[in-house]
Design a protein around this ligand. Structure first.
Ligand code: 5GP
Ligand code: MN
Length: 315
């Protein structure tokens, strides 16, 4: 924390990198830091090698994302990124920048940054980011910054439900209320925002759900054809896996999403002590005990066989 504070305080020209396939945590945490640092008149650019889902437009700065192609920063801060693959095309710039700090809460963090601020027991990076911002300069914290932190906490904790949620999570949320946030409004913005086209995409995936091991394992899949025919994209798959994961008998669920020829993005979800970061780890990915991800290459049915085996192996 101390080193991160020193590096950030001394930097004039920074970039903040969110992970690919950005979620509420990486976006909310990055924006809370962004809105803090621009109050100090620092030059700050936001980078992400994927588009920001439109439901977050209301909290994004007007200037939006930057697109850097060469290293030009005093410091780069990566947010919620557990390994270099999560930086996407910005890994190259990251690699060539002298000072790098990573704020994260993934136990699988590979410690690729020069300085790592890691709280593997936290439900979100946003929780850590709020603590950092208080430590950095609490006078800079305002309502908008707190809204960003809340978005990170509420999304990554599944609405304060996941096992990593602690009294600290709630204490920080309580502090955010003191800054005047409208939690109900923010919750609705990020959770009650399912478009009809997304619903139709989810219907397709759910209608061909497969079950294994007496329904202990569920699998849904998305093909590029589904995105074309429903006018959706890969970011619209979010949340669908929970539909099967919430079935009583299901212990582990898997979403397989076509992301190019013979390339599939895999999501794993589990309950209780079943650690799906091990399943993702088999394929070079990672994440949390109950939510993890990776990429697997090969023909669809072969990929399915391999990911289901990885799930069976931890049952
Ligand atoms: P999701 O299934 O929603 O994409 O991701 C669930 C969790 O797994 C997230 O916390 C995310 O950080 C992690 N995750 C997803 N994909 C990957 C990946 O390709 N590599 C790693 N290391 N983690 C991933
Ligand atoms: Mn996170």
């Amino acid at each position: 924390m101390e080193k991160a504070k020193e590096l950030i305080a001394n930097a004039e020209n920074l970039a903040i990198i969110m992970h690919t396939k950005p979620d509420g945590d990486t976006i909310g945490s990055a924006l809370s830091l962004y809105y803090t640092l621009i109050k100090e008149n620092k030059k700050v650019e936001l980078l992400c090698d994927d588009v920001i889902p439109s439901k977050f437009d209301f909290i994004m700065p007007k200037c939006g994302l930057s697109d850097a192609d060469k290293p030009k920063y005093d410091l780069i801060v990566s947010i919620d990124c557990s390994d270099v693959e999560r930086l996407g095309k910005y890994y190259d710039i990251y690699r060539k920048t002298k000072n790098t700090v990573c704020f994260d809460h993934h136990k699988t963090n590979t410690r690729f940054a020069k300085h790592v601020v890691l709280r593997a027991n936290y439900a979100s990076t946003a929780e850590l980011m709020f603590e950092f911002l208080e430590y950095y300069n609490r006078d800079l914290i305002d309502k908008r910054i707190c809204e960003c932190v809340y978005i990170g906490i509420v999304t990554d904790s599944g609405g304060f439900c996941y096992p990593e949620v602690s009294s600290n999570t709630h204490l920080i949320a309580a502090r955010l209320y003191e800054y005047g946030i409208n939690a109900n409004y923010l919750y609705n913005k990020v959770f009650r925002s399912k478009s009809m086209k997304r619903f139709k995409l989810h219907m397709r995936a759910v209608s061909r759900a497969r079950f294994y091991n007496d329904n202990a394992i569920a699998l849904v899949c998305f093909f590029e054809k589904d995105f074309e025919e429903t006018n959706t994209d890969i970011s619209d798959t979010e949340g669908c896996i929970n539909i099967v994961q919430n079935i009583d008998e299901v212990k582990i669920s898997i979403a397989v999403t076509e992301a190019g020829k013979d390339c599939f993005k895999i999501s794993f979800r589990s309950i209780e002590e079943l650690d799906v970061s091990e399943c993702a780890g088999v394929f070079g990915g990672g994440g949390h005990k109950n939510a993890s991800g990776c990429k697997v290459y090969g023909p669809f049915e072969e990929v399915v066989e391999r990911v289901v085996k990885a799930a069976r192996d931890i049952l």
